[in-house]
Design a protein around this ligand. Structure first.
Ligand SMILES: Cc1cc2nc3c(=O)[nH]c(=O)nc-3n(C[C@H](O)[C@H](O)[C@H](O)COP(=O)(O)O)c2cc1C
Length: 207
């Protein structure tokens, strides 16, 4: 059982990383393998809606997105962490997530997802909501905790003092491990629930 963890912050040892480290440590205690992928700081171009991925495998930009997609396909869960920039997730992680989810053709059904956000002061829940939407359009159960998955700080030292924030991360990781095990057991017993894909309603006739 494996969880991929994305750090959207360009600060490899900053606030978001501190929160994610707590998630990773607890997941490992629960016997779940983890892999951290540093996304922040990379030059991640946005989706240009070229349609390449609709006829080919993966994104036309063959970069960290395609590398991560292969790992995501093999994983049971995904944690995405982002600092809050102007009350939204940061631009790098948004470009990355748009392309990762849009260009990867494999089913994400019943892989579990969790978003983690870090803010100095405000915009956490708006950012959290944005990140969760990648999961809820993909048949991915969203893992919750004892608060919305957020920490507060301007530096890693601040986050270490956010004891409730770190507690939220540990509870999140335990819930994630539990859900992965529960889904795995049910998958072995009864398979995945049916998913219909026959309709794609976009009103091409303008009515
Ligand atoms: C461009 C930019 C915009 C920011 N906007 C916000 C904001 O809207 N709300 C907030 O509380 N903090 C904001 N911050 C502060 C960081 O999001 C916050 O300190 C975060 O915890 C840093 O995480 P990191 O160390 O992982 O990068 C902003 C920082 C930057 C660089």
């Amino acid at each position: 059982m494996k969880v991929l963890v994305l750090n959207g912050s360009p600060n490899e040892h900053g606030c978001t990383a501190t929160a994610l480290e707590e998630v990773i440590r607890t997941l490992r205690e629960e016997g779940i393998e983890t892999e951290l992928i540093q996304v922040g700081g990379e030059d991640v171009i946005g989706c240009k809606a070229c349609g390449y991925c609709e006829i080919n495998e993966g994104c036309v930009y063959d970069d960290l997105v395609n590398e991560t997609a292969a790992k995501f396909e093999a994983a049971d869960g995904l944690v995405v962490g982002s600092p809050v920039y102007y009350a939204s997730p940061n631009g790098t992680i948004l470009s990355f997530m748009d392309r990762l989810f849009y260009s990867s053709g494999f089913s994400k059904h019943m892989k579990v997802g969790a978003a983690v956000v870090s803010a100095r002061r405000g915009g956490n829940t708006a950012s959290f909501d944005v990140l969760n939407k990648y999961f809820t359009i993909s048949g991915m159960p969203v893992v919750s905790s004892t608060y919305w998955n957020q920490v507060h700080g301007f530096s890693a030292e601040d986050v270490k003092k956010d004891l409730e924030g770190l507690q939220t991360m540990r509870n999140l990781a335990r819930n994630m491990a539990f859900l992965i095990r529960a889904i795995q057991a049910e998958k072995e017993k009864s398979g995945l629930p049916e998913e219909e894909h026959a309709f794609f309603t976009s009103f091409p006739d303008g009515k």
